[in-house]
Design a protein. Sequence first.
Lengths: 153, 296
Amino acid sequence: MDIERYIEVNTTLGRVDIEKGNQHYFTKLASLYEIGIGRIDWKKNGFEKYISIENLSKENKLARLEEFCTSVLLGMSTNNSVKIFADGYLEDVYLIPSDFLTDFLKYCIDLPQHLYVLFENESCLNYTWEEDLFFGYPKNYKNQRFAITGRKA
Amino acid sequence: MTEYLYDLSPYNAMNNNPITYNDPDGDIAPLLFAAAAVIGAGTNIYNNWDKVSANPWSAFGYGISGGVGGAVSLVNPVAGGAIAAGGNVVTDVATGNIPDFNNFGDVAGYGLNVALDGVSVGGSGKIVQATTGLLSDLGVGFAEKLVAGNPEIFGEWILTYGAPEIAGGLPNVYETFAQIPTSNFLSGVASSAGSSFAKGKISQNLGLDDYNQARNKAFSWLEDRGWTGGGNPTPDKFNPDAKFNGMKDAQKRGFRVEYDDRNKGHINVYNKKEKGPHFRFKGSKKTVNKILRRFF
């Protein structure tokens, strides 16, 4: 199933809400996070979690993606909703329940774009075009673990 | 000490042979120096084209250092080359084109690149000295007769271009051209072309100057998928009113010039849903910013 069909089916089932256009969410990210060249500059901003899944087999990519999402969601309320948007192929904002996140992302894994998942507490999961996965908090978050120095701030 | 400085002589412009190659009216030398300066400037800009592409203002610096170096190379190729090399370092510093030095190899590679720039420009004088002979071989004598025999036509033409004195100097120039061996031309070309080639190889190995190569590969990937070079700049979502990051055509094919800490500078390509490879080039964040400002 391709991403369009997947979204269509899950919109019908009530799992996905679509908000047309996504520019205002990028503006919001820019106000919260350190921005580099066309993306969040995680090195400058600081981050909590990071892995790269580039050069893995598709099966391994999906497995590592699932592990990453699970670790991010650990401790978050299961009835949170998250907003997913991207700067490339996907042009709208998709609102989904957080426990549905991994499933949704699996359909986005090969799309040419930087994808962002914004949580209710303003933390962000970023799946980059180069297949890096970052998770972190806004730049002023006091307890960010990996800042420029790689140590706890 | 003068034995060490025998090269530094006003006779160098006349191939160190003022008897055979003379310039009684003083018309030739300025032309030769001007030609050497133009060749030196052109060679030096060409050799640093990737930096000029990223920062067009740097063309002035490379042009001046190459021009001065080229002119001096007519008298002394080593001094001309040194001037060009020194000028390039100053230009690199002034325009932020100094690469990231992460280890001794980077420093040595940069030094070698600059030295080869000098060698390249140092060949300009030889090219000019011997182009004279080559032009003669190609029938400049015929042109001389043509010009001399039709002053009403060519005199006006020369006046139009603002150098009437050239008309009077032409016979002497051609006479001198006819006497300088073409082997000098070949040695000058070999010097310039050889060092340019070597510099290209070094740059490729260090990956310092390969943005254009990455871009060509990216375009080739897109052309294989029907891209014809058209399209519109794509705005940077984080700053859509002020910045662009690439181009996209109506069929949603395109490319983006990107930077991240793991891949450094690279070009991402896409064809609708299809994600192409990253065409990497060695470039700092600053370089990528300059490229984006320059092209989009």
